[in-house]
Write a protein that binds this ligand. Structure first.
Ligand code: S3P
Length: 180
């Protein structure tokens, strides 16, 4: 039974959720990228959804995609950075498995976001706005079952940490693995 559980990765844009999910995939987990699922099902890119329909519609599609994962087994789910904003998403994530927050400092995030594309809420012409969004969300991310600092760790080291903490808690039959 414990081998059937899921890991839900949360964290701000640029925290490395997709990369760590890939590493966990290599360790035997199925891998689900919630943003990729939304794109596949809607037939539109995320910037297109934001530009044409607005953030509210994107958030509805996000909750719907999360809800559709009910019954998932032995998977790692990488979520979008804004998943933590709705109470309903927390209920759905908790029902799926252990929620793991990939923590990263603002400098790390900004550097990664500056190098990336396709994120409507990471406006490179106004970093103070992006930083303010990150700060607003911090207390929400911290509601995770497990917090893993990623700043000075490779994705492989982060994945190892997660596996160690999560399998220990699953052995013990508890949800929250405690500090890592
Ligand atoms: C968002 C993060 C993005 C994506 C969308 C909104 C956010 O995912 O879901 O652009 O609100 O933080 P990543 O965190 O994978 O970049």
């Amino acid at each position: 039974m414990r081998d059937e559980r899921n890991i839900i990765l949360i964290g701000f844009m640029g925290s490395g959720k997709s990369t760590v999910a890939e590493v966990l995939h290599g360790m035997g987990f199925n891998c689900i990228d919630l943003d990729a699922l939304i794109v596949e099902r809607s037939g539109r890119t995320i910037p297109e959804i934001f530009a044409r329909d607005g953030e509210g519609v994107f958030r509805d599609l996000e909750t719907e995609a999360l809800r559709s994962l009910a019954g998932l087994r032995r998977a790692v789910v990488s979520t979008g950075g804004g998943i933590v904003g709705r109470e309903e998403n927390w209920i759905l994530m908790k029902a799926l498995g252990t929620i793991v927050y990939l923590q990263a400092g603002w400098e790390t995030l900004r550097t990664r976001l500056a190098a990336g594309e396709g994120r409507p809420l990471a406006d490179k012409s106004d970093w103070s706005k992006v930083e303010a969004l990150w700060r607003r969300r911090l207390p929400l991310y911290e509601k995770a079952d497990l917090i893993v600092d990623t700043d000075d760790r490779t994705p492989e080291e982060v994945a190892e940490r997660i596996m160690k903490a999560v399998s220990r808690s699953w052995e013990l039959g508890v949800t929250s693995p405690g500090p890592s």
